[in-house]
Ligand binder design. Sequence first.
Ligand code: TTP
Ligand code: MG
Length: 371
Amino acid sequence: MRYGLLTFEEPQIDSSRKILHVDMDAFYASIEIRDKPGLANQPVVIARHPEVTGGKGIVATCNYKARQYGIHSAMPAVEAYRLCPKAVFVPGRHAYYQEVSQQIRDIFYQYTDLVEPLSLDEAYLDVTHNKKGDPSALRIAQTIQREIYETLHLTSSVGVSYNKFIAKIASDYHKPHGITLVTPADAIDFLKDLPIDKFYGVGQRSIDRFHELGIYKGADLYQMELDDLIQSFGKMGYSLYFKVRGIHPSPVSSHRDRKSIGKESTFSHFTQDEGEVITYLDRLALQVYTNYQQKGVRPHTVTLKIRYQDFTTVTRQAKHEMAIMTLNDLQAAVLDLWHTYGDLSQSVRLLGVTVSQFEVEGIESFPLNIE
Ligand code: TTP
Ligand code: MG
């Protein structure tokens, strides 16, 4: 294989790891139905009823019965109502879903500490060396699925493979309540068969570009040269070249050893307007907050990064005795740093917000200093 002036050996699959991706089925809706069995046979939509909100709400999710009417996540509740007026609209209870999510994670931790939650309802688990000493990842998947069902009365779907990328696609393959195993020997055929939009990380806008290039499924992607993929799709092209060959070495990174979570962003035009800077910082804080809240961690340190027009970069942090629990607290901490260290005598080109020094929610205590 040639890339630029360098020549590499054809990359090899590393099949030494055993990875699960667990994704709950119709998560919020299944919790509501579990708690109110009367809902079981009806289309259930998690959103406030459009008649109550004056039509403003958005569908968080819905059960599979409601999906038969074409209702789906992120759709305006008004549209869901139009598609199925008899659907039952149930307002979401986020704090409660978070509790259930923690109960699910507690089940995962009985098998491995290498758990990487992606959101409240899904996580990667590395079960290569698991606490049960079981060499069969498939059997562990079955046991975890059964245990979630028996203790929490919720169904889940599990993908079992040797890397995160394939495990995630596999969990979606037989939904709901399915288990899909993709062995290293099956991986290439599995990936070649896959429509391009199922490749995780390929967004709607790039799908059109892939189609323009005649790439509809994995097999088409597999034909492409690395150089061409990089030229057309940059970093994503590079990563897809390897993914379609079954290569994705990213480790399962548990929040227990994750050291920081951050987000930075460059202004499309540089600014000296403080109002604009503050709006930007609030938005970055919201993104960081959403990310760490989903992972169930609580930070003690906030770092602000400011890059000015001449590329001078200033990084300042504040340690807080109490963990930063709410979005308001995080936004206030970020603004505090800005007011102390920000300087608008020249334009700002980039801002970044990072949180670190995590404490983990739940029964186990976690040492503050994890560096
Ligand atoms: P998903 O796993 O995407 O959806 P789901 O669990 O409801 O259904 P599936 O069986 O297809 O996995 O998301 C998990 C939860 O996250 C979902 O129950 C509600 C919430 N969510 C939103 O609030 N807004 C959204 O746009 C999406 C996609 C999910
Ligand atoms: Mg789900």
